[in-house]
Design a protein around this ligand. Structure first.
Ligand SMILES: Cc1cc2nc3c(=O)[nH]c(=O)nc-3n(C[C@H](O)[C@H](O)[C@H](O)COP(=O)(O)OP(=O)(O)OC[C@H]3O[C@@H](n4cnc5c(N)ncnc54)[C@H](O)[C@@H]3O)c2cc1C
Length: 290
């Protein structure tokens, strides 16, 4: 690994100032992607900016009226141990517990998962399904970006030089709303998804009031299948509707063949995972109290 400087700023302004003046600088949250990439030569830097010491990036705050504000660097273990998250956002708690193993979860953040922009990133379909909004601070001020618009290519995001992801905001889940994420991996843990599906449903009088569906590992970026969710709106909650939406997700996928699976297998998985994730989310929504 090449030598680099290390700094641990205490404020967003300080971090943005450093990112703006040192073009090669890279933020480090958990480091579970970054350090691997620096070691392998996949990425280079002359300055690592450790953002774990910035209070705003570590908050996990749930306001029953406004929703969840998740600091970009908050580690997965704090997310899945948080009572409010477990109760109001169980799919987020599930996915935080799915990323890597215990050691990884003690460091890895959802913000890092998003900024790393791997097509297989497990948390991104859940963020998209929840309608999460990303709060970014940069030299020109603060702006908000919908989670589905954040990744632009493998390993690339909308972030510009000087930008720092500060937090993610997930709207308050209404009554009879729930999300769910499923992935397929050849091994149970410590491997990336061959395909994944994150869904959210909002039910009303036996029909879908709204739905959102997103896929992982089947396109150059995590894929928001807007048309499948919009098609479900107003449809009865039954197997026929679920199957049709699952087929639409399969049609939207643009997978490749690699050592983990063929494109054909991945397309098949999209339908199976979307159907099962929808069924699980529907069950959860029927049980949801808030
Ligand atoms: C053994 C192992 C198992 C893994 N298992 C999984 C898995 O099951 N599922 C999965 O999806 N991933 C997995 N990963 C990948 C990784 O752990 C996750 O992507 C993790 O969420 C990254 O978070 P981090 O905080 O460690 O990010 P970091 O490594 O700190 O950062 C990742 C990237 O984002 C940038 N970045 C970080 N924070 C910010 C910010 N606030 N603003 C702007 N840019 C920022 C960094 O510069 C870097 O480019 C695994 C990794 C390992 C080593």
């Amino acid at each position: 690994m090449k030598w680099f400087d290390y700094v641990a700023p205490r404020s967003v302004a300080e971090a943005v100032g450093l990112l703006s003046t040192r073009p090669q600088a890279r933020p480090l949250a958990g480091g579970t992607d970054l350090l691997v990439q620096l070691r392998s030569g996949g990425k280079e830097t002359d300055l690592v900016i450790d953002v774990k010491h910035i209070p705003e990036l570590n908050h996990i705050r749930y306001d029953p009226a406004g929703g969840l504000t998740l600091g970009a660097a908050a580690p997965c273990c704090r997310i899945y141990e948080d009572q409010a998250v477990k109760q109001a956002y169980p799919a987020l708690a599930d996915v935080a517990a799915l990323i890597g193993g215990r050691q990884i979860q003690n460091r890895a953040s959802i913000g890092g998962n998003l900024c790393n922009a791997a097509p297989s990133a497990d948390s991104i379909p859940v963020l998209i399904a929840h309608g999460a909004v990303c709060r970014v601070a940069g030299p020109g001020g603060t702006r908000e970006i919908a989670a589905e618009n954040f990744c632009t290519a493998p390993g690339r995001t909308v972030l510009q030089p000087g930008d720092l992801l500060v937090a993610l905001h997930l709207p308050r889940p209404p009554a009879r709303f729930a999300a769910h994420y499923l992935r397929f991996t050849p091994r149970n843990e410590m491997d990336i998804a061959v395909a994944g599906a994150g869904v959210a449903v909002w039910l009303e009088n036996g029909a879908f009031r709204s739905a959102r569906i997103a896929l992982s590992a089947v396109a150059p970026t995590p894929l928001y299948v807007r048309e499948a969710g919009e098609w479900l709106a107003g449809k009865p909650v039954n197997g026929e509707s679920v199957n049709k939406a699952a087929e639409m997700a399969k049609e939207a996928a643009r997978p490749i063949t690699d050592m983990r699976g063929t494109a054909e297998f991945r397309r098949h998985l999209c339908a199976v995972l979307t159907r099962r994730a929808l069924e699980a989310a529907i069950q959860r929504a029927k049980e949801a109290r808030s």
